[in-house]
Design a protein around this ligand. Structure first.
Ligand SMILES: [Mg+2]
Length: 158
């Protein structure tokens, strides 16, 4: 089963008001200024250890290479990445109707993690599952692991 993560405000957070993973060493911290929410390394590795595929689904235009290189420094290897370019090429294409900025269902992603209300609303309209994570939340990794397990059970019982 596939689980995807938004980047901005979910995995990438500001150290000014949230606990973060240790900063990379100079000069890597200049090449990759984003800071990871504390618990990211454990969570992604734990999901994969439990047999989930973990994807990034971001509407940002950071490249696949950039995202992979940054996370590799933390020992994280995503199964796949959808960025703004890929979404445009594979989901939106030349459709006359503007689709939501994320369509996890297009990639058979069973659970998407995001901070934005618009994505939660789109999930209801277009029928994909979203778990909202935003504010500092010391139980965020447990919430995601529980929700992923819950959905996996549901899917297995179908
Ligand atoms: Mg976001």
């Amino acid at each position: 089963m596939r689980v995807s993560f938004d980047l901005d405000e979910v995995l990438f957070v500001s150290p000014d008001y949230m606990e973060t993973e240790p900063e990379l060493r100079f000069p890597l911290n200049r090449m990759f200024p984003e800071r990871l929410r504390k618990g990211t390394v454990y969570l992604i590795n734990e999901l994969q250890r439990r047999g989930f595929e973990v994807w990034v689904y971001t509407s940002s235009f950071r490249t696949d290479v950039y995202i992979r290189s940054l996370f590799r420094r933390y020992g994280i290897h995503f199964d796949d990445i959808v960025n703004g370019y890929r979404h445009k090429a594979e989901v939106q294409k030349d459709r006359a109707i503007t689709l939501p900025q994320k369509m996890p269902s297009h990639y058979h992603i069973s659970l998407h993690i995001d901070d934005e209300d618009a994505i939660i609303a789109n999930g209801k309209t277009y029928g994909f599952k979203v778990l909202r994570i935003c504010e500092p939340d010391e139980h965020w990794t447990d919430k995601i692991l529980e929700e992923a397990e819950r959905i996996r059970k549901l899917e297995e019982s179908k």
